[in-house]
Each structure stands twice: as C-alpha cells, then as structure tokens.
Design a protein around this ligand. Sequence first.
Ligand code: FES
Ligand code: FES
Length: 154
Amino acid sequence: MSYLLNVNGENRVIDVNGDTPLLWVVRENLGLTGTKFGCGVGLCGACTVHLEGTAVRSCTVPIRAVSSNSRITTIEGLSKDRSHPLQIAWIAEQVPQCGYCQPGMLMAAAALLREKPEPNERDIDTAMTNLCRCGTYPRVKRAILRASGHNGRT
Ligand code: FES
Ligand code: FES
C-alpha cells in the first residue's frame, strides 16, 4: 500500500506493507540511516524521531498508524547545517562516545526543549529515558542545560 509522508520537509510516497515499522521505512525505504535500531521493542530510544513534533520510538509505530501527510523529522532534519542549539551544545560538551544512541538522544532532547524551553534537572531526568551503553548521561544533561541557556552549569 502507498503512504504519503512529509519527511524533513519533503513529501515522500512509499509503498510498503502496513505492518512495517516506521523505523524501517525511515532507514530502508527513505535511506535515512541516522535513526538507529537498538532493541526493536520501544525500550532504548535509539530509533527516536518526531511525528508531528512529538518524540516517538519509531520501531513501535507501524506505518499504517501514521496519518497521511504526517510531518516526520529525523536526525537528518534537525537542522540543515548542524546549527540547532542542541547540536552546538553536544559538541561543546563532547557528549558522544561510540555515538550509536546519540541521534535518538538528540531527538528526544529536541522534543523536550520544544515543550519546555528551560527544563530543570528533574525535567530532563523525566524526559530523557533513552539508554546509552557508554554512560554519556551526565554530559547529555549538561548539553541540554547549555542549549536551554544555562550554559551547562547546574
Ligand atoms: S530500537 Fe526503538 S526503542 Fe529501541
Ligand atoms: S554513546 Fe555509545 S551508546 Fe551512547
């Protein structure tokens, strides 16, 4: 079946089985491999994208559950030139280690800042449930605070 999506500002038509997870549509059909596969069951957050501005774990969203012409933003669409405040803060705080979880972390953080532009530490702890096997959590938190205007200080 055909599905019309607006992905990172571009209209895209894809032809897949309705049970196909959004994650596979993004990676396999659209070739946007910045979004990662981790657990496949909604636990790790590596596959986080925005659906109509809300962070979703795309491995758990079958494409048939996505309304026609829905706005989807992936890590590739967070900014055109890596100028999103979170991307700048991520570099300043040297957040990534292996990097595998980081696209999902950034997308979850971007959704948090959209909803709450100046989160406190508790807000961040509540919102950021993504897993990182490299243990970058303290730097993730500092980067979110920096991006929200706290300049990384708690
Ligand atoms: S791959 Fe989707 S939550 Fe882990
Ligand atoms: S940076 Fe390696 S899993 Fe998070």
